[in-house]
Design a protein around this ligand. Structure first.
Ligand code: IMP
Ligand code: MG
Length: 327
C-alpha cells in the first residue's frame, strides 16, 4: 500500500478540499479515505467550474475513485443522504463509489439536540462532540448497526489490506489547532486531525509517502474563544478573503500566520509538503506579516515573506498558492 495524507496545519478552513481534489485528479489513487470529523467539516471544491461544499463525502467521488468514510469519522445519516442527493443531482456519481467503514460511528438526534445547546466552545452544533464522547464511553452506535447504511458498509482491512496495488489518499478534516490532543483545549473538536488520525484508520505508517500540510497565509478560527487581535486589517482580510464558515456561515476570526504554530504542526504531522494558500489575499492588501514568538514581523513583499518561510522548513517543499481552484 502507498498512502498520501492531507492535514490541516491551522484551525481548519486552510483549503484541504482544494488540495485533495487536485491530488485526486492528478494522482494514481485507488481510494480516498476521510479519516476524521463529520458534517462539522465543510470542504470547498471547485469542480469543472462549479463550486461544491462537501461535509462527509471524500473528494474522490469527483473522479470516480472509491471514497471511504473512515472509522475515525462520525456520520449524520440524514445529512449524508442529503449530501449524496445534492452531488448526484449535479451529475456526480456518488452511490457507485462511496463506502463507509462499518466501525465508523453515527450522530444521533440526541447528540444534535445536546450539541445545539453549546455556548462554551462555539461548536458547529452538528452533534460531533457528543457522538465522539459516546464512542469513547462505549455507548455509541456504529454504522454497522444502521440499516440505511448497510449498502455502503466495508471492512477497512479487507478493502485496503487484502487487495494489491492500493494507493490511498487520506483526507483530513479540521486542523492541528482544533485537534483533540494538540489543539487549544477545550477550544477543539473531538477527533484526531493529525497524520496519527489516518494511521489509526488502518493506514500502516510505513505506507505513507507524502504528508501534505495545508495552511493559509494568515490564520482564521471559528469558535467561542477570543482569537482576533485589534488590527483593522483583519476586517479587510475577512472581506477580501471571504472568511465566513462554509458549514455555518459564521464570520471567521482572523490573525497573522503564527510561524511557531506552523513549525509545531508541521513536525507533529511529519509533513513533506506544505501548501500556503491564499497568498493572493495578502498581495491584494499589499501587506505581508507573520507572527514570530508573539512579535509581528513585516516584510516588504511576497517574495521576502515566502523566502523567509521557506527557510524555516529545510525538510519539506513549501508551495505558495494564489488560486482557489488549484495549488
Ligand atoms: P465541533 O467540531 O462542531 O465540536 O466544534 C469544535 C470547534 O471546532 C469549534 O470551534 C468549531 O468552529 C471548530 N470546527 C469544527 N469543524 C470545523 C471546520 O471544518 N472548519 C473550521 N472550524 C471547525
Ligand atoms: Mg472548512
Amino acid at each position: 500500500m502507498i498512502a498520501d495524507v492531507v492535514v490541516g496545519l491551522q484551525y481548519g478552513d486552510e483549503g484541504k478540499g482544494k488540495v485533495t481534489h487536485q491530488l485526486a485528479k492528478n494522482g494514481d489513487y485507488t481510494h480516498v479515505l476521510r479519516f476524521n470529523g463529520g458534517c462539522n467539516a465543510g470542504h470547498t471544491i471547485y469542480h469543472e467550474g462549479r463550486r461544491f461544499v462537501t461535509h462527509h463525502i471524500p473528494a474522490g467521488v469527483f473522479y470516480g475513485i472509491t471514497s471511504i468514510i473512515g472509522p475515525g469519522c462520525v456520520i449524520n445519516t440524514a445529512k449524508l443522504f442529503e449530501e449524496i442527493e445534492e452531488l448526484e443531482s449535479a451529475g456526480i456519481n456518488v452511490s457507485d463509489y462511496l463506502l463507509i467503514a462499518e466501525n465508523a460511528h453515527v450522530i444521533t438526534d440526541f447528540h444534535i439536540a445536546e450539541d445545539s445547546k453549546d455556548k462554551e466552545i462555539g461548536t458547529t452544533r452538528t452533534g460531533n462532540g457528543p457522538a465522539y464522547r459516546d464512542k469513547y464511553a462505549r455507548k455509541g452506535v456504529r454504522a454497522e448497526h444502521v440499516p440505511e447504511l448497510e449498502h455502503f458498509l466495508v471492512d477497512i482491512f479487507e478493502e485496503l489490506h487484502l487487495s494489491s496495488d492500493v494507493v490511498v489518499l487520506c483526507e483530513g478534516a479540521q486542523g492541528f489547532g482544533l485537534d483533540i490532543d494538540w489543539g487549544d483545549y477545550p477550544y477543539v473538536t473531538s477527533s484526531h486531525c493529525t497524520t496519527g488520525g489516518a494511521i489509526s484508520c488502518g493506514i500502516p505508517y510505513t505506507a505513507i509517502r507524502d504528508v501534505w500540510g495545508i495552511a493559509k497565509a494568515y490564520e482564521t478560527y471559528v469558535g467561542a474563544k477570543d482569537f482576533e487581535g485589534d488590527d483593522p486589517l483583519f476586517d479587510q482580510i475577512r472581506e477580501v478573503g471571504s472568511e465566513y464558515g462554509a458549514t455555518t456561515g459564521r464570520p471567521r476570526q482572523v490573525g497573522w500566520l503564527d510561524v511557531g504554530h506552523l513549525i509545531r504542526s508541521s513536525y507533529i504531522n511529519d509533513v513533506t509538503k506544505i501548501v500556503i494558500n491564499k497568498c493572493d489575499i495578502l498581495d491584494e492588501l499589499k501587506v505581508w506579516r507573520v507572527l514570530d514568538d508573539e512579535n509581528v514581523v513585516e516584510f516588504d513583499g511576497a517574495n521576502d515573506m515566502e523566502e523567509w518561510i521557506d527557510g524555516l522548513f529545510p525538510n519539506a517543499e513549501v508551495i505558495f498558492s494564489r488560486s482557489p481552484h488549484e495549488i
